[in-house]
Design a protein around this ligand. Structure first.
Ligand SMILES: [Zn+2]
Length: 333
């Protein structure tokens, strides 16, 4: 395919059909987004209440200025010679890894470790970080980069008691080895840490421990934390409200270039996720997910099983995230 945007060159594997529904959320940069529906979620009822974004908050002049600054920034960020070339894994591999699902959290961690090894993350690049003695550890696979700057890619492998947690969050965790495998052949600028977090459902325990025990003098090296939560229920979505504006803008650019629709669905009234500890340290974060008004009741219920996942959507999210990681690594940060 050819990309819409100057600089984001043709990626050899971007072959999924163009969608006409690419929205104009690219002017958002973390602000309220014209033309994009947002949802408020009320925890007590487990229902979404859709609300329309109010355009009236944007006087015409402000919107115009945002657009102009966006364009100027965009040109600056897209040197003509920048391009992303990735070789995707097959849809079958993504499906097989998703299906290697276990009910016990300890087995999930072991499976994730096996998949990292199969993906080429050798033993000396895998670290298991003990968090609570009786619980599985955090598992970290490191892709060394040319610099000390860091990108964290996180997903939690544990699940709530109800259901099998195929969606929440084996969908995200099972992608980590595949993302490593996709990116490993082109040495990145940043060192990329793929982290399977433990005990998210017990109160963000694994991610909190990870950040609190990270060497303090290296926290400032973390340029981005990309969190994968509950993928495959629908096409790719982003938690725009809590996303770092630059990371959000980059995701918009990448999805536009891929002709993939990106919806902003904000879920802060539901609860929290593994970005919390990173946000507390002012590290730029972004959560990519697929939760919507219709699918929210699936989480933490018996319906959270493999049947809830649309492989087409999961595969698309995999390709979006792989491209996005490559993009933020090579081009914009
Ligand atoms: Zn989750």
């Amino acid at each position: 395919m050819s990309a819409d945007l100057p600089g984001l060159g043709p990626s050899e594997w971007v072959k999924f059909g163009p969608r006409t529904d690419v929205r104009r959320e690219s002017v958002a940069r973390g602000l309220d987004i014209p033309y994009v529906r947002k949802y408020s979620v009320f925890t007590s009822r487990r229902t979404f209440m859709p609300t329309r974004t109010s355009r009236s908050r944007f006087p015409a002049l402000t919107t115009f200025l945002i657009c102009i600054s966006w364009c100027l920034t965009g040109i600056w960020l897209f040197p003509q010679n920048a391009a992303i070339h990735l070789q995707p894994l097959s849809r079958e591999i993504i499906a097989q890894r998703l299906q290697r699902l276990h009910l016990q959290n300890a087995e999930r961690e072991t499976e994730l470790k096996s998949m990292f090894e199969e993906a080429g993350c050798e033993a000396d690049r895998i670290q298991e970080q003990i968090v609570r003695r009786k619980d599985p550890p955090n598992i970290i696979c490191t892709l060394p980069g040319a610099t000390d700057s860091l990108i964290i890619v996180g997903a939690h492998f544990d699940h709530a008691e109800e259901g099998s947690g195929a969606v929440d969050d084996w969908s995200g965790a099972s992608l980590l080895p595949s993302l490593y495998e996709t990116l490993k052949d082109t040495p990145p600028e940043h060192t990329i840490l793929f982290v399977g977090f433990t005990d998210e459902e017990k109160g963000l325990v694994g991610s909190d421990f990870y950040v609190k025990h990270f060497p303090k003098d290296q926290l400032s090296n973390m340029k981005a934390m990309v969190n994968l939560e509950c993928l495959g229920l629908a096409p790719t979505e982003v938690w725009a409200h809590f996303a770092n504006p630059e990371l959000l803008a980059d995701l918009v650019r990448v999805t536009r270039a891929l002709h993939v629709e990106l919806r902003a669905v904000n879920v802060e009234q539901v609860g929290n996720d593994d970005t919390q500890a990173f946000r507390d340290k002012k590290i730029p974060v972004i959560t990519i997910h697929s939760i919507s008004q219709e699918t929210w009741p699936i989480l933490h219920s018996k319906k959270d099983n493999l049947n809830a996942i649309h492989l087409d959507d999961l595969y698309e999210s995999y390709k979006v995230v792989a491209t996005y990681l490559s993009y933020i690594d090579h081009v914009s940060h």
